[in-house]
Design a protein around this ligand. Structure first.
Ligand code: GMT
Length: 379
């Protein structure tokens, strides 16, 4: 198949999932065309089946806001026509689904039928998408999609409740990891660099937006380190970073925390961690938690959104209500205080991650593509 993928090329989970999916499809012999405004951060892979088309939004001084969606639609028309794509798969409703709809209509006027599949990732439905100014467009674009997927049951339910006029069937296809990528080479990152006295190593990975509640990560860590010698690694960057640095100083924890900034492939650093903290207020899935589990790192998380579909309470980690720092710290200490318990949770985390290996999830997308293409043939 010749597949066009549209996504945000940045560090967000939706871009990561779209890129990893494209890479896996290319490895399976499909021709995959990424159509994005810059090279996706995880597109670090060479394959004769992978193509990249840049959506170049010009900086015309008349516009305070550049019309990205229109440029994207035009680019989609161009790529579909000249690369003879079979279908488009757009990740994130805003504005990718509506841009794909526009491209579809333009192409239809030229006698070309291009189906598009929309994958909903979370913030497009639960945060940004909830803004009433987007509602009619999102509802329309979802209803007009040839197929719609959501990354969790929770997100599917949120879509129907936040967008009551959405009538389209939503298929749940969970996020995934490529377990092969988690075969860690010990020489690349050594635990003693960050935990020189064999302290326990806690880690948090996010884009430091408010929804992640990174301040709770610091507060949980502060309680843990008072009971167990520990260090915390922060991976990622974002708008909350200054507030987090301030809180580190207030709590006097800076000496035990290392901030590593953005890391394209977090597998190596995850491999030396003992426990992952995910304190988010909302999370449609929690890909970062799954990535940790794939690296044999148990997860202390909130129970919001789709996280319970990923982290199994008492098995791969523990879940607490949003903001319940005491409970999260208590659970973290329970796992970290005893080598035997920690080893058991590490093993369980990995077992749970296996359920989300790409080998199980890729066929779901391929089947959906075939279904959509068969419908196209029949129409
Ligand atoms: O929250 C993020 O880190 C970014 C965001 C995105 O849109 O890229 O992530 C969303 O999609 C991920 C991939 O499907 C999910 O794992 C995240 O849970 C989801 N974030 C939220 O729902 C807040």
């Amino acid at each position: 198949m010749k597949i066009g993928i549209v996504c945000y090329p940045t560090f967000g989970g939706s871009g990561v999932v779209a890129t990893e999916l494209g890479k896996a499809l290319a490895e399976k012999g499909h021709q995959v065309h990424f159509i994005t405004y810059s090279q996706p951060v995880r597109l670090n892979f060479f394959s004769g089946n992978l193509f990249y088309h840049e959506v170049a939004v010009s900086d015309y001084p008349l516009f305070d806001y550049q019309p990205y969606e229109l440029v994207l639609s035009s680019k989609l028309v161009d790529v579909v026509k000249y690369e003879k794509l079979d279908l488009l798969h757009v990740h994130y409703a805003i504005p990718h689904a509506s841009a794909a709809y526009m491209a579809k209509q333009i192409l239809a006027s030229q006698g070309i039928n291009i189906p598009f599949i929309t994958t909903l990732h979370g913030t497009d439905i639960t945060l940004v998408g909830k803004d009433p100014s987007f509602e009619p467009v999102i509802t329309f674009a979802i209803n007009q999609s040839d197929a719609v997927t959501a990354v969790s049951e929770s997100l599917k339910e949120d879509t129907y409740s936040n967008f009551p006029d959405v009538k389209r069937e939503i298929k749940v296809i969970p996020n995934f990891i490529c377990l092969e990528d988690y075969k860690h080479d010990e020489t690349l990152c050594q635990k003693k660099v960050y935990a020189p006295n064999s302290e326990r190593l806690l880690i948090h990975v996010s884009n430091f937006r408010k929804v992640k509640r990174v301040e709770d990560v610091l507060r949980v860590f502060d309680k843990v380190r008072k009971q167990i010698p520990s260090k915390l690694i922060l991976v990622g960057d974002g708008p909350e970073r200054p507030a987090i640095e301030k809180l580190c100083r207030e709590l006097d924890t800076c000496q035990d925390i290392r901030s590593l900034g953005k890391i394209v492939n977090p597998e190596q650093i995850l491999a030396v961690a003992d426990l992952f903290l995910l304190t988010s207020e909302a999370e449609s899935f929690g890909l970062a938690a799954l990535e940790a589990m794939a690296a044999k790192v148990p997860v202390i998380s909130t129970n919001s959104g789709g996280i319970p579909e990923v982290n199994v309470h008492g098995y791969s980690g523990y879940m607490s209500n949003v903001g319940d720092i005491d409970d999260m710290a208590k659970n973290a200490i329970h796992i970290l205080k005893d080598d035997v318990i920690l080893t058991e949770f590490k093993k369980n985390a990995y077992e749970q991650a296996k359920k989300f290996d790409i080998s199980k999830v890729l066929p779901m997308y391929e089947e959906l593509y075939r279904e959509v293409l068969n419908r196209k043939k029949e129409s």
